[in-house]
Design a protein. Structure first.
Length: 342
């Protein structure tokens, strides 16, 4: 009898994504545009999480966000076409970015590419294990000193929680033009809910945080029920771009497989947050098909080139500098990066 290796390498085998996309488009005829959080969850529970995931993706593509997707995809994804020395990009890193630089939550890739466009790109040195309150104050103090003409925030993972709190609870420098939210945790983390669900667990995690030198508030403030994430006030005239990874079950591997399973009661998710959390945020949604929360996808660099070409073009336009027409490529399909079947 053949020996069976017990280790499970992936969450699921590959599926027919072409057929799945067609099935999803059929379901969309009876849903909102884009589908609501309740509709996505109901479909996930009634049918399958993978079908609900593709319906979420197709719904974004067919909704009002589609026009922005087409506009952004008109910019080059492999070269610097527009430059600007008026732009400053402040990167807000994710949690444990100092302890685990291999994850990429320090924003090093984004800063490297941004500097090719003539941008002044700098990391805001947030507390890598700090609470939202602490890091929001660090960001507020930093923004108070900034004098660059066009400031853009670019946040990753938990850095998006810090960015959201600052934007909603502190006076905002009027030079801030926009916020790029990359794989953000922006409405709390269900993982924090689970860890703090009982008095015994709260006691255990308070002790663990003390032993590891982690701010216990970094955990308690990330509960999805925390008042921070119930705020609806946003600064006016601030452009927001939300980059959302959209993975199927078969796209997960490693430790995120178990996190994905624990979140299935909330519907499609990237291993950290439900995908539908983004639907309540103002701004543009840009989905990246086939990637989990860590965004280990070859489409990430091309997307950053498109985003920074877009920002540089905007900046030069506002200054009145001459600029060339938008790049067009009739042979490349419009839509979100890596969108597969369409």
């Amino acid at each position: 009898m053949a020996l069976r290796i017990s280790h499970q390498f992936f969450e699921a085998p590959p599926c027919d994504e072409i057929a799945l996309a067609a099935q999803a488009r059929e379901h969309l005829t009876d849903l909102s545009s884009p589908p609501t959080e309740a509709e996505i969850l109901e479909l996930s529970q009634r049918s399958s999480v993978d079908l609900a995931t593709r319906v979420f993706f197709e719904g974004i593509m067919q909704s009002r966000h589609g026009a922005f997707l087409r506009e952004l995809n008109a910019y080059p994804r492999d070269k610097v076409k527009h430059r600007s020395n008026r732009v400053k990009v402040l990167v807000l890193p994710g949690m444990f970015y100092r302890e685990h630089p291999e994850v990429g939550a320090d924003g090093g890739l984004a800063m490297e590419i941004a500097r090719r466009f003539g941008f002044d790109a700098q990391r805001v040195e947030l507390n890598s294990t700090g609470s939202v309150t602490v890091n929001s104050q660090i960001l507020r103090d930093r923004l108070a000193l900034e004098t660059q003409a066009d400031i853009w925030l670019l946040s990753l993972s938990k850095g998006s929680s810090d960015a959201r709190h600052c934007l909603q609870h502190h006076p905002i420098n009027e030079r801030i033009k926009g916020w790029i939210n990359v794989a953000g945790i922006y409405k709390g983390a269900p993982m924090a809910d689970r860890k703090l669900a009982t008095p015994l667990r709260r006691m255990a995690y308070r002790l663990l945080c003390a032993l590891l030198g982690i701010d216990y508030g970094a955990l308690t403030e990330m509960r999805t029920t925390h008042p921070f994430w119930q705020q609806v006030n946003w600064p006016p005239r601030l452009e927001m771009i939300h980059i959302v990874p959209v993975p199927l079950s078969c796209h997960f591997q490693g430790k995120l497989r178990s996190r994905h399973r624990r979140l299935l009661h909330r519907g499609p998710n990237d291993g950290f947050v439900p995908l539908s959390d983004v639907l309540s945020l103002p701004g543009h949604i840009y989905p990246i098909w086939g990637s989990d929360h860590f965004l280990r996808t070859p489409e990430l660099s091309p997307l950053l080139y498109q985003l920074f070409n877009y920002i540089a073009h905007q900046s030069s336009s506002m200054k009145g500098e001459p600029h060339e027409p938008l790049y067009q490529d009739d042979h490349r399909p419009t839509g979100a990066v890596g969108f597969g079947a369409g």
